[in-house]
Structure formats: C-alpha cells, structure tokens
Design a binder for this molecule. Structure first.
Ligand SMILES: Nc1ncnc2c1ncn2[C@@H]1O[C@H](COP(=O)(O)OP(=O)(O)OP(=O)(O)O)[C@@H](O)[C@H]1O
Ligand SMILES: [Mg+2]
Length: 242
C-alpha cells in the first residue's frame, strides 16, 4: 500500500533518517517502534507530506508523494488520515463541531446530513454523550477518541496514529487499540501505529518495524520479532517486560 524507499532527512546537519526502507501492507496494523527521538514522528510526517525528505521516495497510489505539489497533496491527505501525537482538536469548537468541520470542508452534504454523520462517528468511538463538550472538558482518552472520530470523517484508506495510547491507563490503552482494530475491520483501513508499548504491539500488531539509528533495523510479525536475535531488539523488549 505504501512503499518507502531509501528515505533520508537531516535537520541542521543532523541526519535523523539515514535511508529508511519500509513496506506498509494494506489492511494491516503496522507498529513503528523505537526509542524517543529516533525519528518515528518525522518518518510518518513524510507520509502525508508535512515534511519533505532530502532524498528517497514514498510510493502510494502509483505516485511518489514526495514529489507532489501542495495542491496535489491535499488529495492524498483525504486518503491518509493523521492522528497527531498531541491530538490537535480545535479548542473553540465542541466535540461534535470538531467532527463536523472536515465534513463541511470536503463533502457536499446538507447541514442535517453532516450532523447525522458526525453523530454516527461519535457513536462509533463511544463518545456521543460528550458531543456538546469542549476539548478542555475532556479527559486524555476522550480527546484521543474525539480526534479519531474527526480523522475518520474523511473516510481515509490509511490512518497514521502517532502514539494513540501514550499517557492513558492500561485499560484505556487496550480499549483504544481494540477500537482501532474494530475500525480497521469495519472500514478496511490500513493502520500505522507509533508506540513504545511492547505488550500492546505484541497483542495488536500484524507487523512491527523497529526504527533505530535512522534505519529500519528489523521488521516482521510479532512472532518473528519475539524470537529475533538482535541485541538492541532483545534489550528493548526485555526492558519493557521487567
Ligand atoms: N521540525 C524539526 N526541526 C528540527 N529538528 C526536528 C524537527 N522535527 C524533529 N526534529 C528532530 O528529529 C529527531 C527525531 O524527532 P521525532 O519527533 O521524530 O522523534 P520520535 O521518535 O517521534 O520521538 P518520541 O518517541 O519522543 O515522540 C529529534 O532529534 C528532533 O529534535
Ligand atoms: Mg514522536
């Protein structure tokens, strides 16, 4: 579905991505893991064209999206939803208005249809009862679910989740991941999840890719990753399980 080829990116002479190669298969949940500051967020920002690489390619829909203009990227961003690490809801809008916003921008629907669609999406993420609240009145988990409903409003084929569960209690972490998995099945989504959470990745990932020192060090199914004999990976996994 997405093919990342030899992607390189430096900031102020510091090489963050040093030739990333990764295939993200359709209708699967791919986890991208790795230490803080290794470039996971930088990597997925390239997939929606928020950052331009110094070199390398990202193939999606038979085109290299790194070469597209801002106007052409708008079309791509309808197909690839992005859930920011910080959630990024509009504080001055209620939850329902937040979900209605992309519908108004991108679809020719009546006000009534937009309201109905927004309520349908909020019920999918179990947040209908909070539809008239403002983001500041929500808990962290509710905010993540509201942002998820807003991302889904554009009916993307792919959703990139930047740490969707970080900062939530363990029960909520599992429930957010179960929600992502349900949505994947319901809408045939391709999901990319950035996470540090090893048990969660083992439970929910179809594939896991480790970003380390600017490259994908290993990539495979959870079963393959569990048995891989690579010192950094073993240390990462074992540190998470003590
Ligand atoms: N816009 C930018 N300008 C300059 N440097 C940046 C920019 N964005 C990221 N960086 C640098 O790139 C490196 C990787 O950052 P990134 O946010 O991708 O890390 P991460 O793997 O997502 O970490 P975390 O797990 O803490 O979220 C960091 O050294 C960061 O300071
Ligand atoms: Mg990050």
């Amino acid at each position: 579905m997405i093919n990342i080829k030899d992607l390189k990116k430096s900031f102020d002479g510091f090489e963050v991505l040093r030739g990333v190669n990764l295939i993200i298969p359709a209708n699967q949940i791919t986890f991208i893991m790795g230490q803080s500051g290794t470039g996971k967020s930088v990597l997925i920002k390239h997939i929606v064209g928020l950052l331009k690489p110094d070199s390398g390619e990202i193939w999606f829909d038979n085109q290299d999206i790194t070469k597209l203009s801002e106007k052409e990227l708008q079309k791509i961003r309808k197909k690839i939803g992005f859930l920011f690490q910080e959630g990024a809801l509009f504080d001055s809008m209620t939850v329902k208005e937040n979900v209605m916003f992309p519908l108004k921008e991108h679809f020719k629907m009546s006000k009534k249809e937009i309201e109905e669609k927004a309520e349908e999406l909020l019920s999918v993420v179990n947040l209908l009862e909070a539809k008239d609240k403002y983001p500041s009145e929500l808990s962290g988990g509710m905010r993540k679910r509201a942002a998820l409903a807003r991302t889904l409003a554009l009916q993307p084929q792919i959703v990139l989740f930047d740490e969707p569960t970080t900062g939530l209690d363990p029960i909520l972490q599992v429930s957010i991941m179960e929600l992502i998995k349900d949505l994947k099945e319901r809408y045939s989504l391709t999901c990319v999840v950035i996470s540090h959470d090893v048990p969660l990745a083992f439970k929910f990932a179809d594939r896991i890719a480790f970003l380390h020192q600017g490259k994908i060090l290993v990539e495979g199914t959870p079963e393959e990753i569990k048995t891989i004999d690579e010192p950094f990976i073993r240390n990462f996994i074992e540190s998470a399980l003590i």
